[in-house]
Design a protein around this ligand. Structure first.
Ligand code: FAD
Length: 421
């Protein structure tokens, strides 16, 4: 039976954002085809820390961040690396990034982020249930730990932003922390538990489960690379792929960090940059955590996953083409040993796995969600930076509302693709 307003919609990119968007579009009765040259969930959605943190409202560029940068860059174990040869290409993004960190702008960005993060797990739940993947999503909170009260005080502004956006937490001292996470080093003197947060125990398997359910329910998944769009008189006719065109009424661009040239073809020059990050996994770790734990000083997260303990983090500004620097992943192992002293100092290679991924980041820490400049038929859904897993469900639902002719529940104005003009 034909459904009124039913469209054929191509979703470009089968990461967490593309798969959730495609699933919400299918639920609204559209004919949906998901395009990706690889298998679902093998991009950035593969190896992240898996956190669904409603509390992640704090933008990367905060007032005063510029003062911390030299210290981070000088520390070989530090959370930030910048490859000097890439600096000329990066400079325009970096300038926008620094300019985004004023108190007013940061308050606006945090409010906007919260609209995508709040109720993220509840919004994802029907898709997870439909995929039979409930075992992959847990809601045991997220623990932030500090090695000194001074470092906790330094993050006051960030916690104020969270409080302003309705996020609540419980505070723990050193002894209480020990009861909460017995394996944690006694070096940590302060802990903050945000109970509304959750995590997936396997991001890759979660995206795959959602993609399989999408296919089972009538969605199509095709291994094709989108290379452009056929637009006639302002209306989309087809998505051009490497191996021919595919006729569609509408499209969603959800190709993560690879979205930039496709958006440029539609007249939107967005300053999308990769913030490269790494993970190292320890299989059968001697000890693990019960709750995902973020080390506020080291800026990394330890997440208990079904395949082991995953340490994820660091920001490397080096572009898309540079080869991974696996030394960055190994540094996370040293941090892990400091966090959980009962871990070993080193492991045989067959107990470790390493990964590098590209966070798709805009300088103001907000994604791009909205219609393209050249045609209203293409809606963008990319640029979720550090919070793509957590924002995926609300993003997907929002895009499905837009393409179904409804006014979205989330105000998309702050995410406008044209905000950089
Ligand atoms: C170390 C690290 C830790 C992180 N931890 C967290 C966390 O705990 N919580 C959180 O919320 N976020 C986290 N993130 C961020 C999160 O992983 C990303 O924001 C999210 O995965 C982005 O999803 P995506 O679907 O936009 O992109 P991707 O997962 O990269 O998917 C994009 C897809 O597009 C496909 N594609 C590319 N070009 C084309 C084309 N031309 N045609 C068709 N398809 C194409 C790619 O093959 C890929 O499959 C972390 C990131 C890193 C690196």
């Amino acid at each position: 039976m034909a459904i009124a307003g039913r469209k054929t919609i191509g979703v470009i990119g089968a990461g967490m954002i593309g798969v959730t968007t495609a699933s919400f579009l299918l639920r609204r009765g559209h004919d949906v085809v998901l395009l990706d040259p690889g298998n679902p969930g093998e991009g950035t959605s593969f190896g992240n820390a898996g956190c669904f943190n409603g509390s992640s409202v704090v933008p990367m560029s905060m007032p005063g961040i510029i003062r911390s940068v030299p210290k981070w860059l000088a520390d070989p174990l530090g959370p930030l690396v910048l490859r000097l040869g890439y600096l000329p290409s990066l400079a325009p993004w970096l300038i926008r990034f620094i300019r985004a960190g004023t108190p007013d702008k940061v308050r606006h960005q945090a409010r906007a982020l919260r609209t995508l993060l709040d109720q993220g797990i509840e919004t994802l739940a029907p898709l997870v249930q439909n995929a039979g993947a409930q075992d992959l999503v847990q809601r045991v909170g997220h623990l932030f730990v500090y090695r000194s009260l001074t470092s906790w005080q330094k993050e006051r502004a960030a916690w104020n932003l969270r409080a302003d956006n309705g996020i609540t937490w419980d505070e723990f001292d050193v002894d209480e922390l020990r009861q909460l996470e017995p394996n944690l080093s006694r070096e940590y003197v302060k802990g903050i538990l945000v109970r509304e947060n959750g995590h997936t125990t396997n991001p890759h398997r979660l995206v795959n489960s959602l993609a399989s359910a999408f296919q089972r329910d009538g969605g199509r998944v095709e291994r094709r690379r989108a290379v452009g769009f056929n637009v006639v008189d302002g209306r989309l006719k087809a998505i051009r792929c490497g191996d021919g065109a595919i006729a569609v009424d509408a499209a969603v661009l959800a190709a993560g960090v690879w979205s930039k040239p496709l958006a440029a073809e539609l007249g939107d020059c967005v300053p999308l940059e990769t913030e490269r990050g790494y993970h190292i996994m320890i299989r059968d770790p001697e000890v693990t955590s019960r709750i995902p734990v973020a080390d506020a000083d080291g800026k990394f997260v330890a997440t208990p996953m079904e395949l082991g303990l995953r340490l994820a983090g660091t920001v490397e500004l080096a572009g898309l083409a540079a080869p991974p620097n696996w030394g960055r992943a190994r540094i996370l192992l040293r941090h892990a040993k400091r966090m959980f002293p009962a871990l070993r100092s080193d492991y045989p290679e067959d107990r470790l796995s390493m990964w590098m991924g590209h966070r798709p980041s805009l300088p103001d820490s907000l994604p791009v969600i909205g219609r393209s400049h050249r045609t209203p038929d293409v809606v963008y859904a990319f640029g979720h930076g550090h919070v793509g897993m957590a924002c995926a469900a609300k993003t997907g639902k929002t895009v499905a509302e837009i393409l179904s002719g409804q006014s979205p529940q989330v105000d998309v104005e702050p995410f406008s693709p044209q905000r950089f003009e």
